[in-house]
Design a protein around this ligand. Structure first.
Ligand code: BV8
Ligand code: ZN
Length: 237
């Protein structure tokens, strides 16, 4: 059996990390064009640097919640039953890894990774200590360092292809805390349902996936309550 767990900002909401499009979300207080596009960075790198640095300072204090920990339990259980259980996240907050989740594909990058905007030189060194935009660490070019995060209009990393294949082969897809509006990531939620009649379990405060076949279950409520309940029931079967 193949399980794919696809997550968005909602799984981290109860860890104190704001979502994007719901209850006073990030995009309600910032113009996406200014802070989440390459043009925005080129126009005002300091604004973008501070937008992400503020988020990092919040994320670095955030702790995983029971939804993340339930996924760790599920992955441990799946290992004993020879079930594949992969995680594909749109989040850049690193909470899956903090909770001990394994095999995490970060489709939109990570807030603790950086690259040069010109030559692409990458580093995991924590550059957030600086509250100023930094020049390229390679010292070979006049570029500026930016978070290694996928902005709107930018290609996703090659791991998107792996994630799409995992979804196509999935028997169960757990879709946790996402409005499923951002592509191509949002395809992960339903591809397996189309290719493999995968059962899609949506964990959210209200339904976002418009799946009208019998291979769909909506688990209403906060992820920190619904995901542990699902995992407990799954492990009892
Ligand atoms: C690409 C960066 C092509 C990291 C993000 C026109 C022009 C250009 C592009 C496009 C276009 N039209 C469409 C596109 C494609 C575009 C796109 O999809 N736009 C959408 C908005 C229409 N996509 C792109 O641009 C992508 N790239 O297409 O490149 C290309 C091709 C060739 C060559 C070059 C380029 C890149 C997309 C990535 C953008 N980067 N973020 C960061 O800053 O964090 S997107 C941003 O949205 C985040 O990554 C986030 O993860 C993602 C999805 O949001 P969600 O996670 O779902 O969060 P949201 O707030 O929306 O929802 C939260 C949910 O949780 C809600 O449902 C809520 O009910 C629920 N919830 C809340 N609390 C709880 C809860 N659930 C459970 N429990 C709770 N307690
Ligand atoms: Zn450079």
């Amino acid at each position: 059996m193949n399980i794919v767990i696809f997550t968005g900002a909602g799984i981290s909401a109860e860890s104190g990390i704001p979502t994007f499009r719901t209850n006073n979300g990030l995009w309600e207080n910032h113009n996406i064009e200014d802070v989440c596009t390459l043009n925005g960075f080129n126009r005002n790198p300091t604004l973008v640097w501070n937008f992400y640095r503020d988020r990092y300072l919040n994320y670095s204090k955030a702790l995983p919640n029971n939804a993340h920990y339930a996924i760790t339990e599920l992955q441990k259980y799946c290992k004993t039953k020879n079930i594949n259980c992969s995680i594909v996240t749109q989040n850049v907050d690193g909470l899956h890894q903090k909770a001990g989740n394994e095999d995490v594909i970060e489709l939109h990058g990570s807030i603790t990774k950086f690259k040069c905007n010109e030559c692409g030189e990458k580093t995991d060194k924590n550059l957030w200590e600086s509250n100023k935009v930094l020049s390229c660490i390679s010292q070979k070019c006049s570029g500026l360092m930016r978070p290694d995060i996928v902005w709107f209009g930018e290609m996703l990393p090659p791991s998107i292809d792996t994630a799409l294949e995992l979804s196509k082969k999935a028997d169960k897809i757990l879709v946790i805390g996402t409005s499923a509006q951002v592509y191509p990531a949002a395809e992960i939620a339903t591809l397996g349902n189309q290719y493999n009649n995968a059962i899609v379990y949506e964990f959210n405060l209200k339904p976002y996936l418009s799946l009208f076949n019998e291979y769909y279950e909506f688990w209403k409520g906060s992820a920190s309550k619904t995901v542990p309940k699902f995992v407990d029931e799954f492990m009892k079967v």
